[in-house]
Design a protein around this ligand. Sequence first.
Ligand code: ADP
Ligand code: MG
Length: 210
Amino acid sequence: MNIQRGAFIVFEGGEGAGKSTQVARLAASLRASGYEVVVTREPGGTAGAEAIRELVLDPEYSGLNPRAEALLFAAARAEHVSALIEPALASGKIVICDRFVDSSVAYQGLGRDLGAERIRELSHWATGGLLPDLTLILDIDPTVGLARAGQVNAAPDRMESENLGFHEMVRSAFLMAANEHPRRYLVIEADQSPDVIANSIATATTSLLG
Ligand SMILES: Nc1ncnc2c1ncn2[C@@H]1O[C@H](COP(=O)(O)OP(=O)(O)O)[C@@H](O)[C@H]1O
Ligand SMILES: [Mg+2]
């Protein structure tokens, strides 16, 4: 029997942009429409990758070597794609992932200055070339996003603790990725209300899923 491959939808954006909020809303709305949905996140998604997440976001390791950091994200991603994302897509499910390759390109490639191309290549190796069918970029002024995130997490993680210039670089990296592949990306102004944002996302995913 031939099962139709599922769809891979990724949310990207800075801290406090509203990714987790919209991931949950989209999952609920797709499930209500009868789709089988897997919700996951990066770094993480499997036991091994969640252990790497703990390590890589822990402020205890504030001075972690940037290359080590990039490799840890890639290691978590390799595990996540092979053990969870690919099997779910192969069985026809919709996978919604909170962050993916573009976050590595933004944070490690540009934020840590390791080079966007190098990080994209490393990620490509880790994923076996898997790309999202649709990436939703929630675009927010980092000052606003960090303030929102601060109301949720009392203790900022290792990425949230970076300076404003770092977060502005990350923001521009997401916009650059969207600019290069407008057909696979939707940029949404994330300072709108959650309802307005959810509506834009619903329109884009309906058109993707047909
Ligand atoms: N569109 C929005 N407008 C105002 N506040 C929002 C919006 N979306 C989410 N929030 C709030 O901002 C905070 C961060 O949202 P969250 O979804 O956790 O962001 P992220 O996962 O991108 O870091 C939460 O308190 C959330 O309720
Ligand atoms: Mg979140």
